[in-house]
Design a protein around this ligand. Structure first.
Ligand SMILES: [Zn+2]
Length: 224
């Protein structure tokens, strides 16, 4: 019962992050204003706001204008539910918990808009810095992010800012492994889709980070 309760709390947070995803780029208030359909602007009622279920019952479309809603909201709700349960069960520590939540939010922004919500990154990273210990080499990523903002390094500043936050829960070797896994995933995606466009890299970095955590967990659980 406890697990279900924690999962539901996670989905509520995921739903809120969906609101952030819509409203920050539109310069709308995150706290004030009722939720509305992005297409027809109709205000959503309580029955449209229940995480996961509302979307399933409305067949992933607006009840008023029938415009399909993006699956990104369902992804946010389910993944936050799983992350909250993982944290509650002690499968991940607080730093990893906070960082994975941040990564999921940043991934959705990168995927949808190719943008990086700096305010969200600052809030989460500030808490991460308070709750974890950083070493001098972590700050290389911050310097690289500034350089990427000035020069065209073919990698966005946001990716380096992500790496800085990631470094707070990783060793330098682990950071290198994460970058390699993400690069392999990114190249594979690029080859399959044959798209000559800028790809969102943070979703791949996030997938690589979670894979590493999962691998370490399995290794410590089964082969200790
Ligand atoms: Zn609508």
């Amino acid at each position: 019962m406890g697990i279900l309760y924690i999962f539901i709390i996670g989905t509520v947070f995921g739903s809120f992050f969906g609101v952030i995803l819509d409203r920050i780029p539109a310069h709308e208030s995150i706290i004030f204003g009722r939720s509305h359909c992005n297409h027809c602007d109709r205000t959503l009622s309580l029955r449209d706001l229940i995480p996961i279920f509302s979307q399933i019952f409305s067949k992933f479309s607006c009840r008023y204008c029938h415009k399909k809603t993006s699956l990104i909201y369902l992804f946010l709700e389910i993944s936050c539910g799983i992350i909250f349960v993982s944290g509650w069960l002690g499968l991940i520590d607080f730093t990893q918990f906070l960082f994975i939540i941040l990564s999921v939010i940043l991934s959705t922004f990168d995927y949808r808009y190719h943008s990086f919500p700096l305010v969200i990154w600052i809030i989460f990273t500030f808490i991460l810095l308070l709750t974890s210990s950083s070493v001098l080499t972590d700050y290389i990523w911050l310097i690289l992010s500034i350089l990427a903002g000035i020069f065209d390094l073919k990698i966005g500043s946001g990716d380096f800012l992500w790496l800085f936050s990631a470094s707070l829960s990783l060793t330098f070797l682990q950071e290198m492994i994460v970058i390699q896994i993400a690069s392999i995933l990114g190249i594979t995606y690029f080859v399959i889709h044959k798209k000559r466009v800028e790809i969102a890299f943070i979703p791949f970095l996030t997938t690589a980070y979670i894979s590493l955590i999962l691998y370490q967990f399995i290794q410590s659980y089964f082969f200790k």
